[in-house]
Design a protein around this ligand. Structure first.
Ligand SMILES: C[C@@](CO)(OP(=O)(O)O)[C@H](O)COP(=O)(O)OP(=O)(O)OC[C@H]1O[C@@H](n2ccc(N)nc2=O)[C@H](O)[C@@H]1O
Ligand SMILES: Nc1ncnc2c1ncn2[C@@H]1O[C@H](COP(=O)(O)OP(=O)(O)O)[C@@H](O)[C@H]1O
Length: 284
């Protein structure tokens, strides 16, 4: 039997850093939304007790450093599964981009193997397990639009984002999430209006939503990689309703109510960057 799972990328419509916790992590308050750009994973049981990952991306590690491997190993241990699994992944989400590609793959692995091996774990149980693989995995178990707090484990579902187009631009550089958090100065952070984003989504008010979006980590990443600020400015000049960095970066996304406007932003950005995508938000 073969099981197929889609692993969608996320964008952070809002990301606020509240304080540094005793465990060294930072307490976050975020609004996340899934977008229509996804990795595709296919799972097949192996009689031999091994985890084999194949992918069309030649830069990813395929051993225990891969989030898919970690999620599969965790579930095998938790449920005492002695069979193995073969995972085939088509990688579409840019890597180390602030779009939770690895976390979404881990979440898809937990959902996929739960079905393949008929384990009957609830999504809540999978989310709790996923926390051990990465902070964004619990959210990625559910996807869609959500208000997320803590390190990423406290999740409140929101209605779908008002209909709009998303342009993504990923400069050719990788950002280390750890370094971004290490470099931030709490007293200098800008705090976006997370409650305003939540309310505007509940009211389906696009204009109010775009005026509230923001990311506390943006200034930290822009300081080290000025190209991120440059691309954001370009998106605004080409007519984006709003442009914000996602996660710890370096991807910047623009939201546009009109498709024609999004197309203009997309065409304009192609002159500066190879990786530019025009997509929609994703809501089941
Ligand atoms: C910032 C976010 C927001 O969605 O997204 P991405 O940029 O990764 O997409 C995530 O919380 C990223 O979560 P995750 O990708 O699991 O982070 P990790 O690799 O565990 O973080 C690497 C390091 O960053 C620091 N870190 C991370 C998350 C957090 N809430 N506080 C922290 O201080 C810690 O020092 C940690 O050791
Ligand atoms: N399945 C995976 N997909 C992407 N990256 C992975 C995966 N497994 C492990 N990684 C590693 O995780 C790191 C972060 O990648 P990714 O999850 O794409 O970034 P981000 O958290 O910024 O969205 C990369 O250094 C990458 O090598």
């Amino acid at each position: 039997m073969e099981i197929i799972e889609k692993a969608p990328a996320k964008i952070n419509l809002g990301l606020d850093v509240l304080y540094k916790r005793d465990d060294g992590y930072h307490e976050l308050e975020m609004v996340m939304s899934s977008i229509d750009l996804a990795d595709h994973l296919t799972f097949r049981t192996l009689e031999k007790d091994e985890i084999i990952i194949e992918t069309d991306n030649s830069f990813l590690p395929l051993d225990e450093r891969n989030h898919i491997y970690q999620a599969a190993m965790l579930l095998k241990r938790e449920c005492s599964i002695t069979k193995g699994v073969h995972v085939q992944m088509q990688k579409r989400i840019p890597v180390a981009a602030g779009m939770a590609g690895g976390s979404s793959d881990a979440a898809a692995t937990l959902r996929g193997l739960n079905r393949l091996w008929k384990l009957k774990l609830s999504l809540e149980e999978l989310a709790e397990l996923g926390e051990k693989v990465g902070s964004d995995v619990p959210y990625c178990i559910y996807g869609n639009t959500a208000y997320v707090r803590g390190k990423g484990e406290k999740i409140e579902f929101l209605p779908k984002v008002p209909q709009c187009w998303v342009v993504l631009v990923k400069p050719r550089l990788s950002v280390s999430t750890g370094t971004v958090f290490h470099n931030l100065k709490l007293e200098q952070l800008v705090h976006p209006d997370i409650q305003g984003i939540k309310e505007s989504i509940k009211q389906q008010n696009f204009k109010k939503m775009v005026s509230s979006l923001g990311n506390s980590l943006e200034a930290v990443t822009v300081q080290n990689y000025p190209i991120v600020g440059f691309l954001k400015e370009k998106m605004q000049q080409f007519g984006a309703d709003v442009a914000v960095m996602s996660g710890s970066g370096p991807t910047v996304f623009a939201l546009c109510e009109k498709r024609s406007r999004a197309q203009r932003v997309c065409n304009g950005l192609k002159g500066f960057c190879e990786e530019v995508y025009l997509i929609r938000t994703l809501n089941k």
